[in-house]
Design a protein around this ligand. Structure first.
Ligand code: KG4
Ligand code: ZN
Length: 342
């Protein structure tokens, strides 16, 4: 007997990437991402410009995704879109498009929680990607979030700890800005860090609860350190960029590793996953792999293309929701704020 083929279109527009993906039974047929370069000049995402760019990109991006998947739009079984959290003006573009398209095709609509999608990206049917068994822990690290989540089933999430202020991605991006690097600076710090000495400088780590994070103090510490040194030597940054980046990266990754170790100890769960844009970071990937031997963990690291914002993760969440018939009403609203367990 032939297995029924379920085609899902995923749409992501929560921040500054317009993305559409087509999946067939959890396998990616296409995953198109249009980045918005326009924000680089402003050193951060400008919400109004993001919304306008989504409006320009959404139709061509969806068209391309369907074309590359080599299917007809009438073969789609459901449309999944990011409901939140994110920038309201950006979310509205994806939401309105998804609604009209689903209505036009007369197929179900599935509202997806972006934070859940980052985690559920681990269930994309792809080579070199193992699916974690339940329960597992996930360190979700992105430009907007830093949290440790316990996942007991596809749609059963519990936050064990999170940041009290800035997200880790912000710590990366703001440090990069102080160093005169363009936005988003996280990947650049990662790149320069590989050429530098991680022990060159020391930054004070925050003192918060065992499973809590705080990055605003670290950010200020880095800013003061740079200001002080540049006052003494105007070429301080250029002369020491690799060492500065390596030291910042070392501090941040040490914080992340300590917290996930605490969570594993407290829950006695040794299946450890990472998700979100910062999980593209080479050092956290390296240290997690090393922890497998050291602590008897099994770690789950998503393929590169599923770490930063993408529609494949929305599509897989849509597919899992489809199987449980978790459909949304046509009047479902975008939500700027949304917790992973909602
Ligand atoms: O998940 P994401 O694409 O968007 C949000 O939902 O926030 O994450 C974006 C964040 C940015 O802060 C970016 O600097 C960071 O992920 N990032 C990295 C790396 N690649 C992306 N941070 C450190 N190292 C990287 N290799
Ligand atoms: Zn994200």
């Amino acid at each position: 007997m032939n297995e029924k083929l379920i085609y899902i279109l995923g749409i992501e527009s929560s921040c500054d990437d317009t993305s559409a993906a087509v999946l067939c039974n959890g396998k990616i047929l296409s995953n198109i991402v249009a980045n918005q370069d326009i924000h680089t000049a402003y050193g951060g995402v400008v919400p109004e410009l993001a919304s306008r760019a989504h409006q320009q990109n959404i139709i061509p991006v969806v068209q391309q995704a369907i074309q590359k998947a080599n299917i007809d739009k009438n073969q789609l079984n459901a449309i999944a879109f990011t409901q939140g959290p994110g920038l309201m003006g950006s979310l509205l573009v994806g939401t309105s498009f998804a609604k009209s398209f689903a209505m036009g095709l007369n197929i179900p609509l599935i509202a997806v929680n972006h934070m859940q999608a980052h985690i559920l990206a681990h269930f994309i049917d792809a080579e070199n990607q193992q699916k974690p068994p339940f329960p597992f822990l996930c360190l979700t690290i992105s430009g907007g979030h830093t949290q440790i989540v316990k996942i007991s089933d596809y749609f059963n999430f519990e936050i064990l700890g999170e940041t009290l202020d800035d997200a880790v991605g912000e710590a990366y991006d703001k440090s990069a800005k102080v160093l005169g690097l363009p936005y988003p600076g996280g990947p650049l710090i990662d790149e320069y860090a590989q050429l530098g000495n991680p022990k060159a400088y020391e930054f004070t780590k925050p003192r918060v609860g065992k499973l809590e994070f705080s990055f605003s103090g670290l950010k200020t510490g880095i800013l003061r350190f740079i200001q002080k040194n540049v006052a003494e030597n105007p070429n301080f940054i250029e002369e020491n960029l690799n060492d500065i980046c390596a030291s910042i990266q070392e501090t941040i990754v040490q914080i992340l590793m300590t917290k996930i170790k605490n969570a594993s100890k407290e829950t006695n769960i040794k299946h450890i996953a990472i998700a979100g844009g910062v999980s593209a970071n080479s050092e956290i990937r390296k240290q997690l792999k090393a922890a497998e031997k050291k602590y008897g963990w099994k770690t789950y690291i998503p393929n590169f293309e599923y770490t930063t914002d993408n529609a494949a993760m929305i599509g897989i969440t849509g597919y899992l929701a489809y199987k449980e018939e978790r459909f949304s009403k046509i009047d479902v609203a975008s939500r700027a704020r949304m917790k992973v367990d909602e």
